[in-house]
Design a protein around this ligand. Structure first.
Ligand SMILES: [Fe+2]
Ligand SMILES: [Fe+2]
Length: 284
């Protein structure tokens, strides 16, 4: 079981909402309305850990270790939402999300293969770590800069925890896990070639609710994410490259093979698919 050790590790570095956020350093002159608005959207997006947890628990009923770890992940993600809301409550109360706005992102996700979802969220944590690092640089008000910096470190640790479960999946399921991770890895590391930001909150997850079946589409301003990335925090090709590099680096360690480009990863994915086909009992 990984849960006891992950619990201990995350407990040891856990920050305190009252003591570790320098609330008394708030500088009103350094927060624009435009910046405050983005904090609201991030607070609601973080709240979507709620439906994601419901999905994880439903799709991992055979895995009590991972399900137990969800308690830690869920707690920390809800805390991310809460600290952003606390910031708004103190300094821009008119922008604090309402309970209805939060509840709007709680909707059912269609069942999905557990290994692919795990990899999707691993990549999501890496991406969010980088987005929040950029957000911390973009913001000018010291308290919110510190909050985004704090959140970005949590997201990196979440990625690390998911990676432990991915390692375990390769030990248990071999090529089935490799195939799932490389498939999603190729997709998630190809963001530069797609128009839309590749994050779990930006993917369609319920066919019956289409097109309002992404977390982002259910925000008060569904267009904010692309604007935040392109115009505000300016998440450019250099930053995108860092995300891709982290995904490829971790997959290289995981698969014990070096992937310098998405193309190399894709070649390996095809290799695994061929091995799987060869190992499968003949249909004839
Ligand atoms: Fe988070
Ligand atoms: Fe996270």
């Amino acid at each position: 079981m990984l849960y006891p050790e992950l619990f201990k590790q995350l407990e040891a570095v856990r920050w305190n909402m009252e003591k570790d956020i320098p609330w008394d350093q708030f500088d009103a002159a350094k927060l624009t309305d435009e910046q405050a608005q983005t904090i609201k959207m991030n607070a609601i997006t973080e709240w979507s850990a709620l439906p994601a947890t419901e999905m994880f628990l439903r799709d991992n009923q055979g895995d009590s270790d991972f399900s137990a770890f969800m308690s830690v992940w869920f707690f920390e993600e809800q805390k991310h939402s809460l600290v952003l809301m606390e910031y708004l409550r103190r300094f821009r109360p008119e922008l604090a999300p309402t309970e209805e706005e939060l509840h709007e992102v709680r909707f059912e996700f269609d069942p999905a293969p557990a290994l692919e979802t795990l990899m999707l969220h691993f990549c999501g944590e890496i991406r969010l770590n980088h987005w929040y690092r950029r957000a911390s640089e973009w913001h000018t008000e010291p308290v919110i800069k510190k909050i985004y910096d704090t959140l970005s470190k949590d997201e990196a640790r979440h990625g690390g925890a998911y990676l432990r479960y991915m390692k375990r999946a390769i030990q248990n399921a071999g090529n089935e896990a490799r195939a799932a991770f490389t498939k999603v890895g190729v997709l998630m590391a190809s963001a530069r070639r797609t128009a839309q930001a590749l994050h779990p909150t930006n993917l369609h997850v319920n066919q019956a609710l289409f097109p309002r079946d992404t977390v982002q589409s259910r925000l008060p301003n569904p267009e904010w994410l692309e604007h935040w990335l392109d115009q505000q925090i300016k998440f450019d090709a250099v930053w995108e490259g860092k995300v891709v590099e982290r995904i490829l680096h971790n997959l290289s360690l995981l698969m014990d093979r070096s992937f310098k480009t998405v193309q190399e990863l894709n070649r390996y994915r095809k290799e695994i698919t061929r091995e799987q086909a060869a190992a499968a009992p003949s249909a004839a």
